[in-house]
Design a binder for this molecule. Structure first.
Ligand code: SF4
Length: 62
């Protein structure tokens, strides 16, 4: 599974970095996915972060 943040959509609320810091971190005022492949053990929290994003900036792909 992979996750990607659209920097044109992210409003920098930091929510995803709190829910799943194993995948997301703030770089400047935007979140980025800092791993290429989402580790199995954090897939659920990564999905939760994507669902929780208020602007739908996180795309999950297999
Ligand atoms: S939850 Fe969405 S808007 Fe907030 S920092 Fe993460 S990607 Fe950006």
């Amino acid at each position: 599974m992979k996750a990607k943040v659209d920097p044109n959509v992210c409003i920098g609320c930091t929510l995803c970095t709190q829910i799943c810091p194993e995948v997301f971190r703030m770089e400047g005022n935007k979140s980025v996915a800092h791993v290429d492949i989402v580790p199995k053990e954090v897939e659920e929290s990564c999905k939760k972060a994507a669902e929780s994003c208020p602007v739908g900036a996180i795309k999950i792909t297999e």
